[in-house]
Design a binder for this molecule. Structure first.
Ligand SMILES: Nc1ncnc2c1ncn2[C@@H]1O[C@H](COP(=O)(O)OP(=O)(O)O)[C@@H](O)[C@H]1O
Ligand SMILES: [Mg+2]
Length: 424
């Protein structure tokens, strides 16, 4: 039997705080059994002078019927509104089913999802989501998150009940690590919990790395730390929500995965590339020169701190109004690998592929509209700030000396500076 599911897609337009109905999304199967996603913008929506596109590459404003067979029929902008490992785990625990259809993961999550889109079965859009947890609830949420991650319910509670508790608070955001969205004084934060088996104090290190990026002149998301019991939680300020007195603006966000028309599967990483991302930014950003310089700086930073988890879902485009810009940097984590000879970023970063190496990065300068000297000075500034301040920055934000030793190997590894003849 062919399964067919569909829903309305809503959007909060720039400058607004309430949803309007924008289009209709359907997933079915072709006769050969492969998934087919279809999307159309509604005629009334297209007739609005303030209508905006969902993303700048795939679902442009048009009255055509869009079709896709990629990502189980889920267009990039729609897939970007869905949870990943953690949010899916919660939905599964909550429903009591080990696996659900892709469409369920779209519909079952709370409406705190990244970006401006919403989904539902009614033509009339729902009221804005208001049921956010407060930072005061973090202790309870941390316990519930531990229980869900470990598969061990607390005494007297069921996993479904705890997943329900977490779901009510809102956790449709992507990513693998346990997290919730919390509100304080009308600011929304993405709270990411540490896990008992983390090798170091992950929340503190992520917070310090975001600060270190800022020291390098990069635009990273705001963050702070809350101490909950004997553990730390990192709160990253959501850049896609802004309180305006009577509600939240919801800014559109699309991941680099969508921009690159790429797939999340590790088996198809051919388009995971900073160079291709630079090409796309050149066409879509309202300020390509600035965004390309920033992206080049981030690539240098990621190489110099061995942030090797820099896959295309950890980069995004953000539209605070009508225009698209590179979003602030987020999800920075050092990976101190054993090898000091060769490390690879998750995305291609130069003529020699993914190799995190100065020569390789500088070889990509032109794609970022930089000449070699500008590229050199960006790399050298980033690496010198890291060399002189990484340790002090970690310590200042509370990372212990023991943890600094554990992550030391991530910073400025030998191969980063190797000359061509040695690395190629
Ligand atoms: N500050 C932020 N504002 C808005 N969205 C964010 C922010 N930080 C992360 N996100 C979104 O949430 C997702 C998960 O966050 P991330 O920090 O990448 O978690 P994880 O460590 O689990 O991968 C990201 O892929 C991105 O879509
Ligand atoms: Mg991530």
């Amino acid at each position: 039997m062919t399964s067919e599911r569909e829903c309305y897609v809503y959007i909060v337009l720039p400058g607004e705080t309430e949803f309007v109905t924008a289009g209709r999304f359907r997933v079915s199967e072709t006769r050969r059994g492969s998934p087919l996603g279809e999307f159309v913008y509604g005629r009334r929506y297209l007739g609005r002078p303030d209508a905006v596109e969902f993303d700048p590459v795939e679902l442009r404003l048009s009255d055509r019927l869009y079709e896709t067979g990629r990502m189980k029929g889920f267009f990039g902008a729609i897939r970007d509104s869905m949870p990943d490992y953690w949010g899916r785990l919660l939905i599964e625990k909550h429903s009591g089913h080990a696996r659900l259809e892709e469409f369920d993961y779209l519909m079952e999550g709370p409406d705190d999802r990244a970006g401006a889109l919403g989904f539902g079965q009614d033509l009339e859009p729902p009221a804005p989501h208001r049921a956010f947890n407060a930072t005061l609830d973090l202790a309870r949420l941390q316990t519930a998150a531990d229980a869900v991650m470990s598969g061990n319910p607390r005494l007297g509670g069921s996993l479904a009940a705890q997943a329900h508790e977490l779901l009510l608070g809102g956790t449709s955001m992507g990513g693998a690590r346990p997290k919730v969205v919390v509100q304080e004084d009308h600011v929304l934060w993405l709270a990411k919990f540490g896990q008992p088996d983390d090798r170091w104090n992950d929340p503190l290190v992520e917070h310090a790395l975001l600060q270190l990026a800022r020291k390098c002149g990069l635009n990273s998301a705001d963050s702070r730390i809350e101490r909950i019991g004997d553990r730390d939680v990192i709160l990253v300020r959501r850049f896609d929500r802004e309180w305006v007195g009577h509600g939240y603006h919801r800014h559109r966000v699309v991941s680099a995965l969508t921009l690159l028309k790429s797939d999340a599967a590790l088996t198809d990483r051919s388009r995971w590339s900073y160079l291709l991302l630079a090409d796309e930014l050149r066409r879509t950003s309202a300020n390509p020169r600035e965004d390309l310089r920033e992206l080049f700086g981030r690539m240098c930073f990621n190489a110099a701190t061995s942030n090797l988890d820099d896959h295309p879902r950890n980069h995004a485009l953000l539209a605070r109004g009508r225009d698209w810009r590179l979003s602030p940097a987020y999800d920075l984590t050092p990976s101190p690998m054993v090898s000091v000879e060769r490390r690879d970023l998750a995305m291609i970063c130069g003529p020699a592929g993914r190799l995190a190496n100065r020569e390789n990065l500088l070889g990509a300068a032109g794609r970022f509209l930089l000449d070699r000297n500008e590229a050199k000075s960006i790399f050298d500034r980033v690496s010198s700030v890291i060399r002189t301040t990484w340790h002090a920055t970690m310590r200042r934000f509370g990372v212990t000396e023991k943890d600094c030793e554990l992550i030391r190997g991530a910073f400025l590894y030998d191969g980063l500076f190797a000359e061509k003849k040695r690395v190629l």
